[in-house]
Structure formats: C-alpha cells, structure tokens
Design a binder for this molecule. Structure first.
Ligand code: GDP
Ligand code: MG
Length: 162
C-alpha cells in the first residue's frame, strides 16, 4: 500500500509550498485513487525508493464557521485518509491559538503526527522552533519549504514508519 501523508495546519503556513516541493519531480496530477474525493488535492511523490501520496488541504483554524468550517472539514477528512500527518506551523509567527486547537485534535490521533515549523530561512532555527515544543507533539522539525532546507530530514523521519 502506498503511504498517504496529509499536510494540515492553519492557512498561510506553507502547506501548498511544501506540497509543490514534494510532488514537483513527479507529475503533480490529482491522483486517481479510488475512494478519495476530489475536494482535496492529491499528489504523488517519492523519497528514495518509496512512493507515497501527499494531500494538500485548505487550512484549519479551530472553532470554524461557514467557509472555514468547510475547509476544516476537508482537513479532518484528509487526516482520516492519511497514514501520517504533517502538521505545519509558521516558525516566524510562534504558537497561535489556532495551532493549539489543531494540536489538541492531533494529539488524540492514533497515527504518527510530525510537527513541522516552516519558514526557518533567515531566522535562528533553534530559537524559533523551541516555542513549539509546548504543543506537546514531540520533536519540532524545522524546514524552509520554499527553499528545501530540512525537507529531506523531515522525509527521512516521516517515512520511517512505512
Ligand atoms: P498555505 O496556505 O499553508 O498553503 O501556505 P502557502 O504555501 O500558500 O504559503 C503561504 C505564504 O508563505 C506564501 O507567501 C509562501 O511564499 C510563503 N512561504 C511558504 N514557505 C515558505 C518558506 O519556507 N519561507 C518563507 N520565508 N516563506 C514561505
Ligand atoms: Mg494552500
């Protein structure tokens, strides 16, 4: 079975940027996998010899209404479909209440969750990632999705269970 990784987090943390980076060496087509709806964006990717599927989601704030609720619903669906979740936060913004709300949900999951602090370019990665240990999701993986920094280490860790 092809492992499925879901990218979740509040809007603007860099989920789509990471999605594009992970899928760009492949045709980033919406994959034709049975049982998966078209409302979320699916892409095929590979790391070393391992093929996997990535799901991009619109974003989740915690405590949503209206269109936001729709987006959050998509994220929850993606989390359901995934074998592992990459939870993205903005390293420059620090922990927000939305991050805390999402983390609360993810801590209850029985599947692997990897906490990813994006946008560490131009800042001290150790300093900015330290804040996110308060989310109690274990290690904080610092990356710069826009530039690729940290992405291979992140994949090494997040593909390890598969
Ligand atoms: P999404 O809403 O979570 O999908 O976030 P996007 O991927 O659309 O990115 C939101 C903004 O953050 C865009 O302006 C990106 O260019 C920017 N961004 C994404 N990754 C990085 C990064 O690694 N470093 C910096 N400095 N900006 C980034
Ligand atoms: Mg996006």
């Amino acid at each position: 079975m092809t492992p499925v990784l879901a990218l979740v987090g509040r809007p603007n943390v860099g989920k789509s940027t990471l999605f594009n980076r992970l899928t760009r060496t492949r045709d980033a087509l919406v994959a034709d996998f049975p049982g998966l709806t078209r409302d979320r964006k699916y892409g095929q990717a590979s790391y070393r010899e391992m093929e996997y599927l990535v799901i991009d989601t619109g974003g989740i704030h915690g405590g949503e209404e209206g269109i936001d609720a729709e987006m959050a619903g998509q994220s929850l669906q993606a989390i359901e479909e995934a074998d592992a979740v990459l939870f993205l936060v903005d390293a420059r913004a620090g922990v927000t209440s939305a991050d805390e709300a999402i983390a609360g949900h993810l801590r209850r999951l029985e599947k692997p969750v990897f906490l990813v602090a994006n946008k560490i370019d131009g800042v001290d990665a150790d300093v900015v990632t330290a804040d996110f240990y308060s989310l109690a999701l274990g290690d904080v993986h610092g990356i710069a999705a826009a530039h690729g920094r940290g992405v291979n280490q992140l994949l090494e860790t997040s593909m390890a269970p598969f």
